[in-house]
Design a protein. Structure first.
Length: 127
């Protein structure tokens, strides 16, 4: 199936934010059933939402960290911590976003988020 322009734009942004190796592995591992989800995600989340001019990528990354904390999705948060670094969010800013989210989302969600972020940041320069 030929991919749409929005898919191609989304794929480029997704690779830039999350890393080509990670994104390409997700696509390579997707069977026909899961490819429907991959297309939806790439077109809507990345090709439409992330390409809009209203917010920069750094702001979108910080929003994702807060939203994933609120939803209690630490396994996804770890992926987006590395994406946040790629969009220019500093480790100190990641910490501030998580502290802020902890106050509004509760300490169990905050603890999970901090643990996931810490694990993702291991080996990264912690400045």
């Amino acid at each position: 199936m030929a991919e749409s322009e929005q898919f191609e734009r989304g794929l480029q942004i997704r690779r830039e934010v999350l890393g080509a190796d990670y994104v390409d592995a997700n696509l390579a591992d997707a069977d026909e059933f899961m490819m429907g989800f991959q297309r939806l995600l790439t077109e809507w989340a990345w090709g439409y939402t992330w390409s809009r001019p209203g917010l920069d990528r750094k702001t979108r990354s910080m929003l994702n960290l807060a939203i994933l904390t609120a939803l209690g999705r630490p396994q996804e948060l770890g992926i987006y911590v590395k994406g946040a670094l790629a969009t220019g969010v500093s480790v100190a800013e990641i910490q501030e976003v998580l502290l802020h989210a902890t106050v509004y989302c509760g300490t169990p969600a905050g603890r999970q988020a901090f643990l996931a972020a810490h694990e993702a940041l291991e080996g990264e320069e912690m400045s």
